[in-house]
Design a protein around this ligand. Structure first.
Ligand SMILES: Nc1ncnc2c1ncn2[C@@H]1O[C@H](COP(=O)(O)OP(=O)(O)O)[C@@H](O)[C@H]1O
Ligand SMILES: [Mg+2]
Length: 247
């Protein structure tokens, strides 16, 4: 590890310079979270705070419990111990876009919120992701990148306090992924949800996040703030945390 790199290794993953804490309300607060599958403890005494407007990336080797944590935050899974305080039902985007093939794009975006969002709200959300005028089109006519744009529109149409993304761009080609990074940054800056993105891609985390967490042994093992480090030093430190020794 680079000697000049100062790591913030607080157990909670709360940024040491808690600038946002003073300015923004909490989007989610987790204390003492534990999740077991049989005898196996997948999440162990995990603490985490994410503020509205904060973009947090979660890295960790495959099988370390990232999706389990995200599902718990989304209310899709019941923890064995601990508390999760989330002000409202979060929006979730998965690796697969999960659009309904028999529903039009606007119906997919407004799904479950037809009365509050409606057709015009859905059309506005589609325009925000670069798909204006496509309200009546069908998912089968979309490219992979466009389908993910619709998934993002559906996630943001309700202006959620918390946006959870589980490897959302992993299946996209490199060029489309770069475009999606630009789009998601822009949308998050406009809507200001708290964001937790799970990714296995260190460069994606570095591009998007203002806090990067590394999960290991069921806990947040390390927390980094890109603004405090040079890109190369942080990239090396992250790879080292993940057990990859870059040369
Ligand atoms: N429903 C389940 N039943 C039993 N074990 C599970 C279940 N879901 C996940 N696991 C196990 O929990 C661990 C963490 O899984 P997961 O959260 O999906 O990891 P990640 O998303 O970090 O790759 C893995 O070892 C996985 O096999
Ligand atoms: Mg996963």
């Amino acid at each position: 590890m680079t000697a000049s790199l100062t790591l913030s290794r607080d157990a909670t993953g709360v940024p040491s310079a808690a600038r946002r804490a003073a300015q923004f309300p909490l989007a989610v607060s987790v204390r003492g979270l534990q999740r077991r599958y049989g005898e196996r403890v997948v999440i162990d005494a995990l603490d985490l705070d994410i503020h509205k407007g904060e973009f947090v990336a979660l890295l960790g080797e495959s099988g370390c419990g990232k999706t389990t944590l995200l599902r718990a935050l989304a209310g899709l899974d019941q923890p064995d111990e601990g508390q999760i305080r989330a002000p409202e039902r979060p929006s979730v985007v998965f690796q697969e876009h999960r659009l309904l093939p028999w529903a039009t794009l606007w119906e997919n975006v407004a799904l479950g919120h037809e009365t509050t969002v409606g057709r015009s709200g859905a059309a506005h959300a589609l325009a925000e992701v670069g798909l204006s005028g496509r309200e009546n089109d069908w998912p089968r006519n979309l490219s992979g990148g466009q389908a993910h744009r619709v998934a993002l529109a559906r996630a943001l149409v309700r202006d959620p306090a918390l946006l959870l993304l589980d490897e959302p761009f992993a299946a996209l080609d490199a060029l489309t992924r770069i475009k999606m990074h630009g789009l998601v940054k822009e949308l998050v800056a406009r809507h200001q949800p708290g964001v937790l993105i799970v990714t296995h891609d260190v460069d994606e985390a570095l591009t998007l996040a203002d806090r990067i967490l590394v999960m290991r042994a069921g806990r947040i093992a390390a927390s980094f703030q890109p603004e405090h480090h040079t890109f190369d030093a942080l990239r090396s430190a992250l790879l080292e945390e993940l057990g990859v020794h870059a040369h």
